[in-house]
Design a protein around this ligand. Structure first.
Ligand code: ZN
Ligand code: MN
Length: 130
């Protein structure tokens, strides 16, 4: 019992470390490939389960854009993303609009806004050069 608890903690810590080491907003599969370098016996299911737990506890953020697979972000704070439709890279956008937009919608509708989502799609600077 103690051993399996320790393994779980070790696996979760590794997954978190991998996710925090990149700004690429990776998929579970990419994280799995990285995790295997340190823990060869780790399974994709375990990686998924830990990613779900980490996002449920607010330590990371799951980005589900309905493309069939999620990407994961080590930054759980609300922020916007730009997805390049050429290379598939995802960039953070440093816009401080969350509170303003929520206020605007609350005033317009008289509703209470808890969160909102807004995504940007296009062609990144690198891909425009080709
Ligand atoms: Zn691109
Ligand atoms: Mn991000």
């Amino acid at each position: 019992m103690k051993n399996s608890t320790m393994r779980m903690t070790e696996q979760r810590a590794l997954i978190l470390k991998i996710l925090r080491s990149t700004k690429s907003h990776p998929t579970a599969d990419w994280i799995y490939q990285e995790a295997r370098k340190s823990l060869p016996n780790i399974s994709l299911g375990t990686v998924y389960r830990n990613l779900r737990l980490l996002s449920a506890s607010g330590e990371i953020m799951e980005l589900d854009y309905g493309s069939g697979y999620s990407r994961f972000d080590s930054n759980p704070e609300n922020h916007y993303h730009f997805l390049c439709q050429e290379c598939g890279r995802m960039f953070d956008i440093d816009l401080k609009l969350f509170a303003d937009l929520n206020d605007l919608v609350e005033k317009t509708l008289g509703a209470q806004v808890k969160e909102h989502r807004l995504e940007f799609y296009g062609i990144c600077r690198e891909c425009q050069k080709h």
